[in-house]
Design a protein around this ligand. Structure first.
Ligand SMILES: [Zn+2]
Length: 352
């Protein structure tokens, strides 16, 4: 049997300030002659940048614009995929935050068209990854869709997003500190495929983010740019690994469990960041460093800040391993009881 490992990587990545002109130019020169692009966005990114892109490419390129305002059903997604095929779109362009990019990825996959990612917030690593988060029966889970062929990140737009989103992106990056350790554990104890390079790349994105805590805390342009580049790099690590394994471990399972249990859960990266303090403790690595870095950035570093009490957290930790039984992590190995979870939470100061 031939052992194949397929890597998918973006063809073009552009990060810079004030990229409207670059975006218009790229979208207008996908091929010679007149063609259509299928652009998905939502109200805020539309007013920030997508409206301008739409009006400036119009005349050279036809734009089929789709405004996303809520959660889409499978049928609605499939119908968007058919529409993209019907208009013979040359590319699916997502301009917006996590939800818009997730929908755009799904439409690209359904229609077999290339996907161009234009993130307007840096809230999680989906801006540059082949993974998409899907909701089914009230549950969100991630599965592999398509890697963006192009990622164009305009720092001018991303810097205007509420700071909370960028800090959420930091939590999603810090998470790689424990995620790669879960991956190694899965390899060592379950014989799972492990890619040393992808693991190191994801790990590096967490280390760089923690080392940039002060820059990020001061909300400097350089700090936000580092976060965006680290998120892209984490996305590439998933492209190399062929799964979300290097970027999503026990801390993500806890974050997902919390999402199911709460009516108004904190942002994805906020949950992941705090959960990483806990899972780093379980892995026997420097959880203090993680906590301190989050605090210095101004990101939530305790359950209290997320309005999660220790009972709810203990429930989430108990539920987490069952969300993905095949993805072995430190939680599957340790099988902690609720009492032990609460002891640890107190020991590492997550409730005060
Ligand atoms: Zn994540």
């Amino acid at each position: 049997m031939v052992s194949l490992h397929e890597m998918t990587l973006p063809r073009v990545v552009v990060v810079g300030e004030g990229l409207e002109g670059v975006i218009v130019e790229r979208l207008s020169s996908l091929e010679a002659g007149r063609y259509c692009i299928f652009m998905l966005t939502s109200p805020t990114p539309y007013s920030l940048i997508a409206r301008k892109i739409e009006s400036e490419v119009n005349g050279r390129v036809d734009v089929e614009l789709v405004m996303i305002t809520g959660q889409l059903s499978d049928e609605e997604l499939e119908s968007l995929g058919r529409r993209a095929v019907d208009v013979e779109a040359k590319a699916i362009v997502g301009v917006g935050g996590g939800r818009v990019l997730d929908v755009a990825k799904a439409v690209a996959e359904l229609s077999g068209k290339p996907f161009i990612s234009i993130p307007t917030v840096a809230s999680h690593d989906g801006i540059a990854s082949p993974m998409t988060s899907v909701r089914r029966g009230g549950r969100a889970y991630s599965r592999k869709a398509v890697m963006p062929t192009e990622i164009i990140a305009d720092m001018k737009v991303i810097s205007q997003a509420p700071r909370r989103y960028t800090l959420s992106g930091c939590g999603d990056l810090v998470a790689k500190y424990s995620a790669v350790r879960d991956w190694w554990l899965g390899h060592k104890e379950r014989g799972e495929y492990y890619g040393r390079y992808a693991a190191h790349l994801a790990y590096l994105s967490s280390i760089i983010t923690m080392r940039s805590a002060q820059l990020i805390g001061r909300n400097s342009g350089e700090g936000v740019r580092t976060v965006v580049e680290a998120l892209i790099s984490a996305g590439v690590a998933m492209g190399i690994a062929g799964s979300s394994r290097p970027c999503s471990g026990s801390e993500h399972l806890i974050a997902h469990a919390l999402e199911y249990m709460m009516d108004n859960p904190p942002l994805h990266g906020e949950r992941c960041g705090v959960a990483t303090v806990f899972t780093s403790y379980l892995h026997g690595v420097n959880w203090r460093k993680v906590k301190e870095a989050l605090k210095t950035m101004g990101a939530p570093s305790s359950l209290k800040e997320l309005k999660i009490d220790e009972e709810l957290f203990a429930d989430a930790v108990a539920k987490a391993p069952s969300l993905r039984v095949e993805r072995y992590t430190i939680l599957h190995k340790l099988q902690l009881g609720r009492g032990r979870v609460k002891e640890i939470v107190e020991e590492i100061g997550l409730v005060d």
